[in-house]
Design a binder for this molecule. Structure first.
Ligand code: 8X3
Length: 247
């Protein structure tokens, strides 16, 4: 049975990806900060074998210790989904909150690196890494500054990882979504439900499952196929800040 290791699995795209990959016959390592949610997910995934890891990707020592402690049946990783990440705040750079900047750079960029560095010794020929980027990594939009920069870093890390890992036969892909309805906007706007809801007003956004299905497709291609980058929008979105809203 192949093993998929998913970060940020307690909600949103990570959770949906765990469900999709279980359906494709993977056993899973699900990592996240919220143990209770991961335990509920394990029940939903039954009878798929699942191992829970609880850590914050920003904590390098915790990441390393968790991966080092994987039990024998989960020690070889075939697929790594670097999904953990978030947006924190949305303000002009001159008004930005430094703690928000650090949370985004530490989680979206350094966290992805910490997890990849810890997991890569456990991966071999034919493996696959999928990094969750964003349209924000390709396009600038007002007040996106540090979030956009963190996702641009994910895009470039994906491209450079693909080169570095070529000799090891490990494929690397970036999935870059536009508007997806998850906890993303509630986190970005720090629980301001009204502001979060306004992001999706008059639009049918993507759902986490839509992204999970794309990830599932990418990692189940035959060994000679490497999808490198995939941008995915809802039908009502044409660019980061170009959205067709209907009353
Ligand atoms: C989320 C998409 O457009 O809000 O990564 O940056 S966007």
């Amino acid at each position: 049975m192949k093993t998929a290791f998913i970060t940020g699995a307690s909600s949103g795209i990570g959770r949906a990806t765990a469900i999709a990959l279980a359906k494709s016959g993977f056993q899973l390592v699900i990592a996240g900060r919220r143990r209770e949610r991961l335990e509920t997910l394990v029940q939903e995934l039954a009878p798929t074998p699942v191992h829970i890891l609880t850590f914050d990707v920003r904590d390098r020592a915790a990441v390393e210790a968790a991966v080092a402690g994987l039990p024998a049946p989960f020690q070889h990783v075939d697929v790594l989904i670097n999904n953990a990440g978030n947006a924190h705040g949305m303000a002009p750079v001159q008004e930005g909150d430094v703690a928000d900047w650090e949370a985004m750079l530490d989680g979206n960029v350094k966290g992805l690196l910490y997890v990849s560095r810890a997991v890569l010794p456990r991966m071999g020929e034919g493996g696959f890494i999928v990094n969750l980027g964003s349209i924000a990594g390709y396009e600038a939009y007002a007040n996106g500054n540090v979030y956009c920069a963190s996702k641009a870093a994910v895009a470039m890390l994906t491209r450079t990882m693909r080169i570095d890992l070529l000799p090891r036969g490990i494929r690397v892909a970036e999935v870059a979504p536009g508007m997806v309805e998850t906890e993303f906007s509630a986190v970005r706007f720090k629980g301001d439900e009204e502001r979060a809801a306004s992001v999706y007003k008059g639009v049918q956004p993507l759902q986490a499952q839509d992204i999970a299905e794309l990830i599932q497709f990418i990692v189940t291609r035959p060994p000679h196929v490497q999808i490198a980058e995939a941008v995915i929008f809802p039908a009502a979105q044409a660019a980061a800040a170009t959205v067709r809203r209907q009353p």
